[in-house]
Design a protein around this ligand. Structure first.
Ligand code: AMP
Ligand code: MG
Length: 338
């Protein structure tokens, strides 16, 4: 009897061609493969095949009005799907691909509306990961690959987290170890006149503006039933089961004491970066005090807090400067009331 999901270890730098060929066969047969990218693990299926896309939505429990990103091998493949490839797209792709940047452009008719949730635009990205790139090339089709987790839960950064979250809903998991960036891609819409940042990521607004000039920022958080609720814009997203409480820098001790005064038996966890963690918590993690290091370690901490059974997770806020934007965004969503 085969145990599902099957997990195959693969060298992150030089993936075995036979393993990639097997995974590509799963994709071509309409199945789903969890693949590592540099951001988080993606749940990959044929982006041009409505039945595969339907399986992705079902496996994630994701509302079908949230568009998926097409993962392509290079800008040339993205252009085969795009009705227009504006100069802004050319410049951003040249600078940041492969990398954690998704470009939203107008789609050709061959891009199914199931992928785009009915929109005339689609998101495309070239992942900076040898395993993902090899799989896209071997499959011979663009891969829809949202994060390989149930909707609203924390994205997986390891294969074990994928298996725990999705179980038998995925046919095959390619295990290439921990992902590097650790949070989802920056999403920028270049389908209109002026570029619009839809979801902050580790490629910052400033870095985008250095290439294309002023970028407007989509402020506020869409409701789940809003007409254009791109998944990165859903308020409660990226959230652990624990109730997340964001507290000012250095403010952990006071918040722990307050939580315990409210309920002496509550299981409290803490995540800090500027100080050492107070002792006596059900879960405690000190994350790196730099944006790159923090992003890379954040989702592990959220998964581990859940595994430790925390009811309340007190998280020290991160600095206000722009280099922490994407992290602040994910923490705010994790802390958003259900
Ligand atoms: P995920 O695949 O879960 O990491 O999230 C997909 C992201 O892609 C969302 O945050 C959306 O902002 C974005 N996205 C994909 N396609 C579109 C589109 N056609 N229009 C706007 N945003 C899109
Ligand atoms: Mg996701």
């Amino acid at each position: 009897m085969t145990v599902r999901p099957e997990i195959i270890a693969v060298d992150a730098a030089a993936p075995d061609a036979d393993v990639i060929a097997r995974a590509a066969a799963v994709i071509r047969a309409g199945g789903l493969v969890a693949m590592p990218t540099e951001t988080v693990y993606g749940l990959a299926g044929n982006a041009l095949e409505p039945a595969s896309i339907a399986r992705i939505y079902a496996a994630k429990g994701r509302p079908s009005h949230n568009p998926l990103i097409a993962h392509v091998a290079d800008a040339a493949q993205a252009r085969t799907l795009a009705a227009e490839w504006p100069e802004m797209a050319r410049a951003l792709a040249a600078k940041f691909w492969p990398g954690p940047l998704t470009l939203v452009v107008r789609r050709k008719a061959m891009v199914p509306t199931e992928l785009t949730a009915g929109l005339d635009t689609f998101g495309a990205r070239v992942p900076d990961h040898p395993v993902a790139l090899a799989l896209i090339r071997a499959a011979g089709v663009p891969l829809a690959a949202p994060s390989a987790n149930r909707f609203t839960e924390v994205s997986p950064v390891t294969a074990a987290q994928v298996a725990r979250g999705l179980g038998a809903a995925v046919d095959l998991i390619l295990d290439a170890g921990h992902t590097r960036v650790g949070i989802e891609s920056t999403v920028v819409d270049v389908s209109g006149g002026r570029p619009m940042l839809l979801r902050p990521g580790m490629i910052t607004q400033e870095a985008l503006e250095a290439v294309v000039g002023p970028v407007s920022r989509h402020r506020g958080v869409a409701r789940e039933d809003a007409p254009r609720p791109a998944p990165g814009m859903v308020a409660r997203h990226y959230a652990p089961h624990a109730r997340v409480e964001l507290v000012p820098i250095g403010g952990l001790r006071a918040a722990i004491d307050a939580a315990r005064r409210a309920d002496a038996s509550v299981s409290v966890g803490g995540i800090v970066h500027s100080q050492t963690v107070p002792s006596g918590l059900a879960f405690a993690r000190q994350l790196p005090d730099s944006p790159d290091g923090y992003a890379s370690a954040l989702y592990d901490a959220l998964h581990d807090a859940d595994a430790a059974g925390c009811a309340v997770l007190i998280v020290e806020a991160v600095p206000a400067d722009a280099s922490w934007d994407a992290i602040r965004d994910r923490l705010a969503r994790a802390a958003h009331p259900a």
